[in-house]
Design a protein around this ligand. Structure first.
Ligand code: PLP
Length: 376
């Protein structure tokens, strides 16, 4: 099996695995219990929170552990909108967000009467800033946008966008940083809320966190005890939360080195894809190199996926969270690429673990499939 689906999830780092295994055995007390093992679990969890905060240059009480980035997105968006509706009822996002963001917005509109605007994206897949400028108004309380798109790798100019929003409105900005973490630097000083997930950076599934500036009020979505400042009830997953600091440290430590390596792999992959017949590459110079989205004009996404699977290659079409719906890629459609392109695309995602030989094997398989099925 050759894995090209790192944007869906990553394998567990061995150091994280061995630390976690020990924690599972040793740190089983409830971090809210007042006895010694409970206090120790709490101490280790707070140490991890402080380390995460330090790695991202924020304060420890601005980090809230959650079970996944989908939960962190829901908490940031619904929690903020519902706690701040007295300030205005207009919220903005983009039409290429992850489903956890889009569905939170749709729910706020359908169930709670918020007025929503979806920002279009340019042909290169980044937020249309002009439209954002037009849409901001005195009722806008929140703008949620992603840093890196999970289907194309397109990178939004987050600093400029945040600065503009803060200068021209009262809105807070939430940024989904899930696909940016471990790849790009994260400018939290200009962001009000941001979401991150461990399993995209060689950490545990079911482990994530929300960064939230101190003064921001959120309505808790999970009621319970005092955990996570009362914003997210439920017995803390102490071992997962404790190992998250190590996961993040390891991901950031070699970020630049890994980025340069992945870029060289991507350049090679794209050059070889470009030399093939009937292939259109949608990832561009504004994208992280870890994601290459391309359409094989004569081979539908599902056929390509299955043919690659039979040959032992793992790739995705669209994002994995939409993979069971037959819908075409709404991200490519939003980039104006048309129905045919949007139903014929695949996402190849790369990592520092990918080798040049694996890329060559994938190219060989793609050539064969393109030839065999290429008469649609
Ligand atoms: N946001 C983006 C951009 C993603 O790519 C993903 C996962 O694919 C998520 C959010 C959700 O992350 P999680 O699986 O931790 O809920």
């Amino acid at each position: 099996m050759i894995y090209f689906d790192y944007a869906s999830t990553t394998p567990l780092n061995q150091e994280v695995l061995s630390a976690y295994t020990k924690l599972l055995q040793q740190v089983y007390a409830n971090a809210d219990s007042l006895h010694a093992p409970g206090r120790e679990a709490q101490r280790l969890m707070e140490k991890s929170r402080a380390q995460i905060a330090q790695l991202l240059s924020v304060k420890a009480d601005e980090i809230l552990f959650t079970s996944c980035a989908s939960e962190a997105n829901s908490t940031a968006i619904k929690g903020f909108a519902l706690a701040n509706r007295h300030r205005g009822n207009h919220i903005i996002t983009t039409c290429v967000e992850h489903s956890s963001v889009l569905k939170a917005f749709a729910q706020l509109e359908a169930e709670f009467g918020f007025k929503i605007d979806y920002l279009p994206v340019t042909k290169k897949g980044i937020v249309n800033a002009e439209r954002l400028h037009q849409l901001l108004n005195k009722d806008t309380i929140l703008v949620s946008l992603m840093y890196v798109n999970n289907e194309t790798g397109a990178v939004n100019p987050v600093i400029e966008l945040c600065e503009y929003i803060h200068q021209h409105s009262r809105a807070m900005v939430h940024v989904d940083c899930v696909q940016a973490l471990g790849k790009l630097s994260i400018p939290l000083s200009c962001i009000d809320m941001a979401t991150f997930s461990a399993h995209k950076i060689y950490g545990l599934k079911g482990s994530a966190f929300l960064y939230k500036q101190r003064n921001i009020k959120l309505l808790p979505l999970i009621n319970g005890g005092q955990q996570e400042q009362g914003i997210r009830g439920g017995t803390s997953n102490a071992p997962a939360n404790i190992v998250l600091a190590k996961t993040l440290r390891l991901a950031l430590e070699k970020q630049d080195e890994h980025y340069a390596y992945v870029r060289s792999l991507r350049d090679d992959l794209c050059a070889k894809l470009q030399a093939m017949e009937n292939v259109q590459i949608h990832s561009n110079d504004l994208c992280v190199p870890h994601i290459v989205n391309a359409s094989f004009l004569n081979v539908g996404s599902e056929i390509m996926l299955n043919a690659l699977d039979e040959r032992g290659f793992c790739v995705s079409a669209q994002s994995t969270c939409s993979s069971r719906s037959k819908a075409h890629s709404y991200v490519l459609a939003a980039m104006g690429l048309g129905e045919h392109i949007a139903t014929h695309s695949i996402r190849i995602s790369l990592s520092h673990l990918t080798t040049a030989d694996e890329v060559n094997q994938l190219i060989q398989a793609l050539k064969e499939i393109n030839h065999d099925y290429g008469t649609e």
